[in-house]
Ligand binder design. Structure first.
Ligand code: IMP
Length: 190
């Protein structure tokens, strides 16, 4: 069975490809000649994942899945949420995003937050959603050099290491993305 993973990120592609059951032939966006950036116009993380999967289905006719992730901070009413990548502007700069988050949280006591990943699987037009949530808190200063995005500021509940201080394998065991992808793999392996 051919299945498209709607991502331009080769690392994400490689990681999920190695975990999928053998009967699935995973194709990337470039494999199907889709070189455009699919616009993320949804108001929620769920919507954005569905938009991307539907885009591939409607324009290229393939079964497909797409993921979308956001950081939701309780004291900021769920921000940055769908705007996580471009919180500090269209340049999508991790450093600027982290700085803005620290500034916005300065006057708040409550630093609780969660990462949420939603994967939308579109098989013959039928949608299925798989969700992974990782709860934690936003640190007062950056810790660690690994990872990307908000990793240096995110301390997952029950751990003394920020995401940026963890090895990828360790992070994936508890992360939003790890949880959502394991759910997808279980579903596809049935
Ligand atoms: P995407 O939907 O996976 O592209 O994620 C959107 C944005 O959320 C990224 O640009 C990052 O800023 C942030 N993000 C997503 N996943 C993570 C993570 O595991 N750690 C830190 N930041 C993340």
């Amino acid at each position: 069975m051919k299945l498209v993973f709607a991502t331009h990120n080769p690392n994400k592609f490689k990681e999920i490809n190695s975990l999928l059951p053998q009967h699935i032939e995973l194709l990337s966006l470039s494999d199907i000649g889709c070189n455009e950036d699919i616009e993320e116009t949804g108001k929620t993380i769920d919507e954005n994942a569905m938009i991307k999967a539907e885009y591939v289905r409607n324009h290229y006719g393939y079964d497909c899945f797409a993921d979308d992730t956001g950081l939701e901070v309780n004291a900021l009413a769920g921000a940055p949420g769908v705007f996580s990548a471009r919180y500090a502007g269209e340049a999508k700069n991790d450093e600027a995003n982290n700085e803005k988050l620290l500034q916005q949280l300065k006057k708040h006591q409550d630093r609780s937050a969660q990462f949420k990943t939603v994967i939308a699987l579109n098989l013959k037009g039928d949608q299925n959603l798989f969700t992974g949530i990782c709860k934690g808190e936003i640190l007062k200063e950056r810790r660690g050099e690994k990872g990307f995005g908000y990793d240096p500021l995110f301390l997952p509940d029950g751990f003394n290491l920020s995401f940026a201080e963890m090895e990828l394998e360790e992070k994936t065991k508890i992360s939003h993305r790890g949880i959502a992808f394991r759910e997808l793999i279980e579903y596809l392996s049935k």
